[in-house]
Ligand binder design. Structure first.
Ligand SMILES: [Zn+2]
Length: 319
């Protein structure tokens, strides 16, 4: 008899990935294709359905259920993607209903950050940490909370956006409407913007690496200069590390999770920030056992979303 498999979909604003995952959590086949918002949701759903069929065929298993981790916001209960700014034509598309009708199988949808956290919790760096926060510091700052191996849901089932907690009310304005939230201070976008603003008045290696064009300065370039020992770049990295640490401290004192898993492009420079982040967190040990909270880097990479979406499908079918 063929092995039972699940398909986990990782739906982003530019790419969609599909992975066939065994009930033990092993990714046995994967497919990927670009997705273009301007082609509309109908063409997109067709593409996704094609990927599901191909990846299930490649795995050769018996498909049991489909899970989707999608760029958000999503409505888990309704099964719909809602007004996502990364997929602008997909407003209120009930992808769950469409795929359920097509495959006649259980289909479930989660926010992509939740799906990735569930993947890390099940098979990645979060194993053995039942209360787990995952923090992504990339273009933006995203958070996801796994509680006893399941996605924590807020009011109305909504995903909690910890990246928009306020760290400095006098900080820069964010598109979310607030000032000085975590994302506006420490995301890759924020680090790049701050470096561009300051570089003009500082003779620095950052400007040299940008070929004299401040517009080419981004967070990756700042990290590159910091690795070469440039003082200006190190200052910017330290500032970002302090804000990242502050966000983490807030999560830690609120929830005392068993662990926090870190991921995202900015945290490729975690080695440059680690000592500073750990020392800021350690200062909070008087009221909370912060030393018991594990701080780890994610280890599933791009597979986390697919594996976690498959896990979400498995959990949904048990409910
Ligand atoms: Zn914000």
């Amino acid at each position: 008899m063929k092995e039972k498999i699940l398909v986990g979909i990782d739906l982003g604003g530019t790419n969609v990935r599909a992975g066939a995952v065994t009930l033990a959590g092993e990714l046995v086949a994967r497919q990927e294709c670009p997705i273009e918002a301007r082609q509309g949701p109908q063409a997109g759903v067709e593409k996704i359905a094609g990927l599901i069929t191909r990846v299930a065929d490649e795995a050769g298993g018996r498909l049991q259920a489909i899970g989707i981790g999608s760029t958000g916001p999503v409505d888990h209960d309704l099964g719909a993607i809602q007004n996502p700014y990364t997929l602008p034509t997909w407003e209120n598309v009930n992808i769950v209903k469409l795929l359920r009708e097509r495959f006649r199988l259980p289909v479930t949808i989660e926010n992509d950050a939740d799906a990735a956290a569930l993947g890390e919790s099940w098979k990645g760096a979060g194993r053995g940490l039942p209360r787990l926060y995952m923090v992504t510091v990339g273009t933006g700052v995203g958070t996801a909370f796994i509680y006893d191996g399941r996605i924590y849901r807020g009011v109305g089932g909504a995903h909690c956006e910890g990246g928009h907690m306020i760290l400095d009310p006098s900080g820069p304005e964010c598109y979310c409407g607030a000032k000085g939230c975590w994302e506006s201070l420490a995301s890759g976008t924020a680090i790049g913007a701050y470096a561009r603003e300051k570089a003009a008045s500082h003779p620095t290696l950052v400007m040299e690496l940008a070929g004299g064009d401040p517009e080419r300065i981004d967070a990756a370039l700042v990290a590159q200069a910091a690795r070469k020992g440039d003082a200006f770049a190190l200052e910017i990295i330290n500032r970002a590390a302090d804000y990242i640490a502050l966000g983490l401290v807030n999560l830690i004192v609120l929830f005392l999770p068993d662990g926090i898993v870190l991921t995202g492009g900015v945290l490729r420079s975690f080695d440059l920030m680690e000592a500073r982040i750990r020392s800021v967190i350690a200062r909070h040990n008087i009221m909370s056992p912060v030393d018991k909270v594990a701080l780890r880097l994610a280890d599933l990479g791009q597979q986390a979303g697919m594996i976690g979406a498959a896990r979400a499908a498995m959990l949904a079918s048990e409910e």
